[in-house]
Design a protein around this ligand. Structure first.
Ligand SMILES: [Mg+2]
Length: 166
């Protein structure tokens, strides 16, 4: 039986879009969001962007058809802006949750194996960026290995180390 992912927490800036100012959607965003939605019980937004601004960005992404309609009402996680602690997500089973984020500084050491790292989406914003597709493959590997996310580092450490060593 495949591993059931409870929650996928998504960062916004540098992960799904460029940043809160330019708001360029990352290539493959729509399909990645649909994949996440189909692969877990709930998708949440875990971002340092204040909720009001984040909601405006989500509305625009949906209007531009860069994101599916459900994404505009995705739950927004309140946090202290220090660590993105999966235990802070209301109703989430942290042991079966994943966080997709470009910034290692926000990841709790004890939750590193729940981290799906993606390289920051930044200038010149290449059209052939495939990082969301790579994140999808990591999540698929975790699901197919049939064990709790936190026991399955998968390919993530290489990517983590590479990002950390920059
Ligand atoms: Mg980020």
């Amino acid at each position: 039986m495949p591993m059931i992912i409870d929650t996928i927490a998504l960062d916004l800036e540098g992960t799904l879009i460029s940043n809160a100012v330019s708001q360029f959607p990352r290539p493959g965003l729509y399909d990645f969001l649909e994949f996440c939605s189909a692969s877990c019980r709930q998708v949440v937004l875990f971002t340092a962007v204040p909720e009001e601004l984040a909601r405006r960005i989500l509305d625009l992404l949906v209007e531009e058809k860069a994101a599916p309609p459900w994404f505009r009402s995705v739950p927004y996680v309140e946090w202290d802006l220090h660590f993105k602690d999966l235990d802070n997500i209301p109703s989430a089973d942290a042991s079966r949750s994943l966080i997709v984020d470009d910034n290692p500084d926000y990841i709790l050491p004890e939750q590193r194996s729940c981290w799906i790292p993606v390289e920051k989406y930044q200038s010149p914003y290449p059209d052939d960026d495939e990082r969301l597709d790579r994140a999808r493959r990591l999540i698929e590997a975790i699901i197919s290995r049939q064990s709790p996310a936190c026991d399955v580092p998968g390919d993530a450490p290489d990517e983590c180390d590479r990002i950390q060593s920059r």
